[in-house]
Design a protein around this ligand. Structure first.
Ligand SMILES: [Zn+2]
Length: 161
């Protein structure tokens, strides 16, 4: 059964710049689902993800895929700086150092990823997290949870889709 999905559009994005979508940066937001939505829709905060996933699997779309969300900041991946220009931002509400990702969060992430994976011909090589693209500056996700998530992605998407 699909997870519930709501939309709360954030003003914190770029609508008119060329935008590749080569993969995903995963995040956690530390704070709760509702607190994160409030922060992301505050124009003074200048931050946003494309999508946020609650512990019960409910998803909130904050920025349409077609626009650049402001999620990664100063970052680089596979030798390319500025990850916001080529990677979508998907975040889990909560703190992965305090509590593991829930089964519902993992399942909801797969549900969000599946059509995009097919559309953009993604591969595991282009999946990463904030800690890895901004080392020393950001620590999300907990490496233990990243390893678990990466295994789940591999299990779901390693076969040709
Ligand atoms: Zn982050």
């Amino acid at each position: 059964m699909p997870f519930a999905e709501i939309t709360r559009l954030s003003p914190n994005c770029d609508g008119s710049v060329p935008h590749e979508r080569l993969g995903v940066v995963f995040h956690h937001s530390v704070i709760s689902f509702d607190e994160t939505i409030a922060l992301m829709t505050d124009p003074a905060r200048k931050v946003s993800y494309h999508c946020l996933i609650a512990p019960d699997g409910t998803r909130c779309t904050l920025v349409p895929d077609e626009k650049v969300a402001w999620h990664a900041g100063v970052s680089s991946f596979r030798g390319r700086p500025g990850c916001n220009a080529f990677l979508l931002g998907l975040s889990f509400a909560g703190d992965t150092y305090a509590a593991p990702l829930t089964d519902a969060q993992l399942a909801s992430a797969l549900e969000w990823l599946a059509p995009r994976w097919r559309q953009h011909h993604w591969s595991l090589d282009w999946m990463t997290d904030h800690r890895q693209v901004a080392p020393g500056r950001k620590d999300d996700l907990n490496p233990v949870e990243w390893t678990r998530l990466y295994a789940v992605l591999g299990n779901k998407f390693s076969q040709a889709m």
